[in-house]
Ligand binder design. Sequence first.
Ligand code: FNR
Length: 181
Amino acid sequence: MPKVAVIVGSLRKESFNKKLAKACAAVAGDLFSFTFVDISEIPPYNQDQDNNMPAPVLRMKETVAAADAVLFVTPEYNRSVPGVLKNVVDWGSRPYGQNVWGGKPAAVAGTSPSAAGTAVAQSHLRSILTMLGMALISQPEVYITERPGIIAEDGTVTDESTKKFLRDFMSRFEAWVRRTQ
Ligand code: FNR
């Protein structure tokens, strides 16, 4: 089974996006193995540390390097990518010539209580990841409007249409990963 590194762009304990990421894993346990990357200890990027990266950064880079694909699940902050996620992407892109993202297949998803939520953030993120050489699946776009009770704390999807949609998304992602390998 292909290995997927999952990166959630929220540090919030009760993050809806963390739940969505768990839901993506829950509906696709037969398609992929998943490793959730802990980004909570990753410090602000500093180019002075390019050749002496902090341990949490090295762990993140090792997990991504060992994965066949990356799934980004992110909120939108002020119509863009949350700083913590951009920070992780920046660390992973360095030192120059050792960009961990390059050539990896990837997917982007997000959820927000707002109806238009995460579309702009996802578009910005896609632009960044494309520049870094990731092979992004373009369809389906995954904009989930957060509603109480559609995804349980452990990622169990309790709403049937959401479950079907996420299963279809992950099946297409699996086909995409296999095609790009
Ligand atoms: C938000 N939120 C938000 N939502 C949205 O759809 N578009 C936006 O531009 C913003 N901007 C924004 C900025 C900041 C600083 C915060 C804290 C929040 C609301 C956001 O979608 C909501 O707080 C989600 O619950 C955040 O995702 P997690 O942490 O639940 O995964």
